[in-house]
Write a protein that binds this ligand. Structure first.
Ligand code: FAD
Length: 469
């Protein structure tokens, strides 16, 4: 619905229909609240559905299928004439996004949540002005306005691709430079490498995926190096200028300035919270110098009736963290005793092989000086991994010496994205190594690797030999 000049009163208004906002709105409606959801785009779903998690994974799946078809030759399966039609793939991805967005709209309709389209700004702590006409006054509000791409540094022409442009799949450039070695740059870089582009990656820091443990990243990097033209670490892009249908790029590396040329450039240099154009100055909501809204354990801001969830609030910018916070804020508004007390927010990088981790990492333990016990189990020793021909990678379980409490899990290898949930559950439940080793895992499955890694940590492993144990 688009508002005319309408003044409405609702119990709770939610701004933003991403995985934080729409989940909060649905939960609020189930808790008996009268809810309005305001979204400035013409479809619900937010960055996650429209230009993030879902379209990127849909493209990654297509590229993985084509890689699998190529690799199948060693199993005696030969596919002749394998072609990837990027236009058809775009139609497929658009269809996936449209179906899911329609699904959200239907769920909102069924719950009686009013979806209003327009940009919302606070007029004061109890009312919003919606662009295109209309004001709404509320008793409670949840801000779930998400994040946008960081502003481009000086010297970088604005005609370069953002992740949203790359996901549109308008063309497959001959050569592509990805600026930024975080998960978004790597995932999309590998998509284009799979589609046939010659991909180079430039990263300012000395390593890719700085937040993850090095041993996990190193396994992935070995594979990524095979699919990409060049990985440039410790390198800074000084300028990107369009010329002759491509881009001239200057890169500083070890005191030298390299002159390069690419058909296309994708800039994936991080995201910032959408708090700038919200009228927050008319409220007492506190925003830090990075634009992040300060909240407490109930996702409540400094205005006790205004909440903030998802990418606008502190913590990792991930869809599942946004949804969890959305539920907490909704339940807090309904008077439930709730808190965001999660100990494990899983992180997943959908490269090939995938990386996932949750809870304590080895890096963090070293920074904190925390003593840990680590059990690693290589996928090469696992029957299922051998059977499906994906033996690169391992699972590691980090536990507390003495109590055997599971503190962290890290995985690199095929289906790491699916396997990490068992680790997250173990940490949330306060499980010990014995809980994992004594749980019967079906054979032959990849999930056995978690049990095996716990056995290595406990010193009871039979499938790997640990001298001295
Ligand atoms: P968003 O999803 O950003 O939604 C916010 C909504 O608010 C938007 O629809 C916006 O239009 C609307 N809005 C903003 N301001 C206003 C206003 N003033 N008035 C009205 N409406 C407004 N996360 C994962 O967990 N897994 C992944 O695999 C993953 N892949 C990603 C891949 C890419 C390429 C990108 C860019 C992101 C990815 N993410 C992934 C991150 C994930 O998309 C975000 O963490 C998630 O979308 C945050 O949800 P949110 O509800 O906070 O905000």
């Amino acid at each position: 619905m688009v508002m005319g000049s309408l003044n409405q009163e609702v119990e709770t208004v939610v701004i933003g229909s991403g995985p934080g906002g729409y989940v909060a709105a649905l939960r609020l409606a189930d808790l008996g609240q009268d809810v309005m959801l305001i979204e400035e785009r013409d479809r619900p779903g937010g960055v996650c559905l429209l230009e993030g998690c879902i379209p990127s994974k849909s493209l990654i799946n297509a590229v993985e299928l084509s890689e699998a078809a190529r690799e199948a030759e060693r199993l005696g399966l030969t596919f002749s004439d394998l072609k990837l039609d990027h236009r058809k793939l775009r139609e497929w991805t658009d269809g996936v996004v449209a179906t899911l967005s329609d699904g959200i709209r239907a769920l909102l309709n069924k719950r009686g949540v009013e979806l209003v389209h327009g940009h919302a700004r606070f007029q004061d702590a109890h009312s919003l002005m919606i662009e295109g006409g209309g004001t709404v006054s509320f008793a409670n509000c949840i801000i779930a306005t998400g994040s946008s791409l960081n502003r481009l540094p000086e010297g970088i022409d604005s005609s370069v691709w953002s992740s949203a442009d790359a996901l549109e799949l308008k063309e497959v450039p001959g050569t592509l430079l990805v600026v930024g070695g975080g998960y978004i740059g790597l995932e999309l870089g590998l998509v284009y490498a799979g589609l046939g582009s010659e991909v180079s990656v430039v990263e300012f820091l000395s390593r890719l995926l700085m937040g993850a443990d090095h041993d996990l990243v190193d396994v992935m990097v070995k594979q990524v190096e095979k699919r990409t033209h060049e990985l440039m670490l410790d390198s800074r892009v000084v300028s990107i200028k369009p010329s002759g249908g491509g881009f001239d790029v200057q890169i500083e590396h070890e005191g030298q300035t390299l002159e390069k040329r690419y058909d296309q450039v994708l800039v994936a240099i991080g995201r910032r919270p959408n708090t700038e154009d919200l009228g927050l100055e008319h409220t007492r909501v506190v925003v830090d110098d990075k634009g992040v809204i300060e909240t407490d354990g109930e996702c409540r801001t400094a205005e006790p009736h205004i909440y903030a969830v998802g990418d606008v609030a502190a913590g990792p910018m991930l869809a599942h963290k946004a949804s969890r916070e959305g539920k907490i804020a909704a339940e807090a508004i309904a008077g439930h005793k709730v808190e965001f007390d999660n100990r494990a927010i899983p992180a997943v990088v959908f490269t090939d092989p995938e990386i996932s981790w949750c809870g304590l990492t080895e890096r963090r333990a070293a920074d904190l000086g925390t003593e840990i016990n680590v059990g690693r189990f290589p996928l090469s020793a696992l029957g299922r991994a051998r059977a499906i021909g994906h033996t690169e990678g391992f699972v590691k379980i980090i536990s507390e010496p003495g109590t055997d409490l599971i503190l962290g899990v890290g995985i690199v290898g095929t289906h790491a994205s699916e396997l990490i949930s068992e680790g997250a559950l173990a940490i949330e439940m306060g499980a010990t190594l014995a809980d994992l080793t004594d749980t019967i895992h079906p054979h032959p499955t990849l999930s056995e690797a978690l049990m095996e890694a716990a056995e290595v940590a406990a010193g009871t492993a039979v499938h790997v030999h640990r001298p001295g144990k």
